[in-house]
Ligand binder design. Structure first.
Ligand SMILES: [Zn+2]
Length: 667
């Protein structure tokens, strides 16, 4: 147990003005910051005591620039200043080893020669050390502890710890990657020891994996560690598989480490927010933390040369905003990396605005990249083992689905083409122009199209199966128990036996085809306005194939939704059609009875040569119906409720009608 004795601690009461070294602009620090505010900050220029005289990315200006911007915006007037103090040995040992502590303590006594002699060794660890390192590292860690304790004890709602050197790479036994003590990890342990709060979420959006933090809690279910970082197959710093998506913790901590490892640079707002919406927030809500700590590195910011990603200040603001709603609003933002001074400053300012209660700046419409979507999907698959809130299906990348999926109409059409070729040697009719995209492969004819004197044109749609699935409780097809009734096969067999040529036209446009504006389903329009691409297809086929086929006797058979386009075709090519078309069979089923154009010559011709099949309970056949049935020729009620069986039951009627019509002498 560590002591909670604040008086005994080495408190630096002049947090903001202490300065050992230039270059900094002089900053006006309020002598007595306002009290009783909900939001606070931790900052001391004493943390600039650690610096590399030859220059280094992890430079003191990283915090002085943030502080200066906060003062310039007068945000410090709205935030309570928290005194900083160095981490105690007892606190540090909650995470770190005695030898690590001793080593960091020893830096303050290093001679110039010792610094020079050890330089290569420390460079291998991505570190530089000097006498000021000890003080700065202890203050940085102590600052984050004070920030977390203030929030955990309810003194403040949110605190920004503007501290350096950073901490998330520091492992229990090893300082590394610009980090000496793991500030956030130590603070987490101190909060768990000294307060009632036990369940803590650490969200690490630094562009690097926080290996030290994950290591500290890898087997501990009380701390949920979530990191978004560049990974690149384990080749990006800190390298290795520990930051991979299957590295999810161990022992009782299994599932409490969540890595979202980007496979490449260049990730931006849309990618991070996608990951937040699909992974971070669902898991965080299920975990229900009592305190949230952000390991807030800003090296994924646009302009950071180390991170090479594209997160904007507004992106950071939105992520902060999402996390702000957790844990009753108890949130600590602890600075980690961030090496472009401007980008770090602007991002930190955007985060500060949000914790002060301002809304994040709006983001433009955007969508996550293919890379991010794929990564999030794979992480979802992994994390769904541990978290009920993760809906893997909702994370499936669209592209991936599109590349492996076929719509049911496409499958049926492929089957139909194969069946017709195998049994009747029927071939696809090529289409041109805008008809190609929605209807390619859906018009099939017998080889004798241009020789046979009798031609049957069969127009239909594959629509029923889709509708029946949509009305079911579940859309899963149980393959062993599923079968498809193809009503037209019997009809086609008969056509073949009679020796007629056949043109089979599937009018169901491909689901993802780019179609002209008219192809949108027009069921809400009057029938007379239903002149769409399906009619255009039939008209094209009439002009280029049917009319030129040489057939002296032509039969039209329409089924379901294809009945109306057939009527539209007859209307559009009435004079040439009436010369050769001897019969029109409309298997209407439960579809609307097609509209008959109000033209005398049309109606008298249609009444002579049409046969309409309907289920017996169709509303126009009811005694009270006012519908005029005279315009149709034979109106044939079929005692059958299932639409697919109407053709089967009506087949003898169709055969008899067609034989009679075709037997009439040519006029
Ligand atoms: Zn970093």
């Amino acid at each position: 147990m560590i002591a909670d004795n604040q008086e005994a601690m080495d408190v630096d009461t002049d947090g903001a003005s202490f300065s050992k070294r230039p270059p900094q602009r002089s900053t006006s620090v309020p002598f007595q910051p306002p009290r009783n505010l909900a939001v606070g900050y931790v900052y001391s220029s004493e943390m600039t005591a650690h610096f590399n005289p030859r220059g280094h990315q992890e430079a003191p200006e990283r915090i002085t620039r943030i502080w200066q911007a906060i003062v310039d915006e007068k945000y410090n007037m709205k935030m309570q200043w928290l005194p900083i103090r160095p981490v105690t040995k007892a606190e540090a040992l909650l995470v770190h080893s005695q030898s690590l502590w001793d080593l960091v303590e020893a830096y303050q006594y290093m001679s110039e020669q010792q610094i020079v002699d050890s330089e290569v060794y420390y460079e291998q660890l991505s570190l530089y050390v000097m006498p000021g390192t000890t003080r700065a590292a202890r203050l940085s860690c102590g600052g984050v502890i004070e920030a977390c304790l203030a929030v955990a004890r309810g003194r403040l709602r949110k605190v920004f710890a503007i501290c350096r050197p950073p901490g998330h790479h520091a492992e229990p036994d090893q300082s590394m990657g610009f980090c000496f003590f793991n500030n956030v990890a130590v603070a987490t342990r101190v909060v768990q020891q000294l307060t009632q709060l036990k369940r803590i979420l650490i969200l690490d959006w630094d562009v690097h994996h926080g290996n030290g933090t994950q290591r500290a809690f890898n087997d501990d279910p009380s701390v949920l560690y979530i990191s978004l970082h560049r990974y690149e197959g384990g080749t990006f710093y800190p390298c290795g598989e520990f930051g991979g998506m299957t590295s999810c913790g161990e022992g009782s901590g299994l599932g409490f480490s969540v890595n979202i490892p980007w496979p490449e640079k260049g990730m931006g707002d849309a990618d991070y927010i996608h990951a937040f919406q699909r992974i971070v927030m669902p898991i965080a809500m299920e975990f229900a933390p009592e305190l949230v700590i952000i390991s807030a590195g800003f090296d994924a910011a646009l302009g950071d040369e180390l991170g090479e990603c594209k997160v904007s200040p507004a992106g950071y603001a939105h992520m902060t905003h999402m996390l702000s709603g957790l844990a009753g609003g108890r949130l600590v933002v602890a600075l980690e990396g961030g090496y472009n001074l401007d980008a770090t400053m602007r991002s930190a300012l955007a985060v500060t605005k949000v914790i002060l209660g301002e809304a994040p700046d709006p983001l433009p419409p955007m969508h996550a990249s293919e890379t991010a979507t794929e990564t999030v999907y794979l992480v979802a698959k992994e994390q769904s083992k541990y978290w009920k809130n993760i809906d893997t299906k909702s994370c499936e990348p669209r592209q991936e689905i599109e590349s492996i999926s076929f719509s049911i109409p496409e499958v049926l059409q492929a089957h139909r083409a194969h069946y017709l070729y195998k049994n009747y040697k029927m071939m696809q009719v090529p289409l041109l122009g805008f008809l190609q995209s929605p209807f390619a492969g859906q018009v099939i004819c017998t080889p004798d199209l241009f020789e046979n004197k009798t031609l049957v044109v069969l127009a239909h749609e594959f629509g029923n199966l889709r509708l029946e699935l949509e009305s079911a409780m579940t859309c899963d097809l149980n393959l062993e128990r599923s079968y498809l009734l193809d009503f037209t096969k019997e009809l086609m067999r008969w056509i073949n036996e009679e020796g007629y040529a056949l043109l089979d036209v599937n009018l169901y446009p491909k689901p993802f085809a780019s179609v002209s504006q008219n192809t949108k389903r027009t069921s809400n329009k009057k029938n007379s306005e239903r002149y769409d691409d399906t009619t255009a297809l039939l008209t094209y086929l009439w002009d280029n194939y049917i009319h030129l086929s040489g057939a002296q006797k032509i039969v039209f058979i329409g089924h379901g939704p294809a009945c109306q386009p057939l009527m539209n075709l007859i209307d559009a090519r009435f004079n040439s059609i009436t010369r050769n078309v001897k019969a029109v069979v409309q298997v209407v089923g439960y579809s609307k009875v097609p509209f008959t154009p109000k033209k005398d010559d049309f109606r008298s011709w249609y009444a002579k040569c049409s046969c309409v099949l309907l289920p017996a309970n169709h509303h126009i056949l009811q005694p009270e119906a006012t519908y005029s049935k005279k315009k149709h020729g034979v109106l044939c009620p079929i005692e059958e409720l299932q639409p697919v069986r109407i053709v089967m039951k009506g087949l003898p009627v169709i055969q008899a009608f067609l034989k009679a019509q075709l037997a009439m002498p040519l006029s």
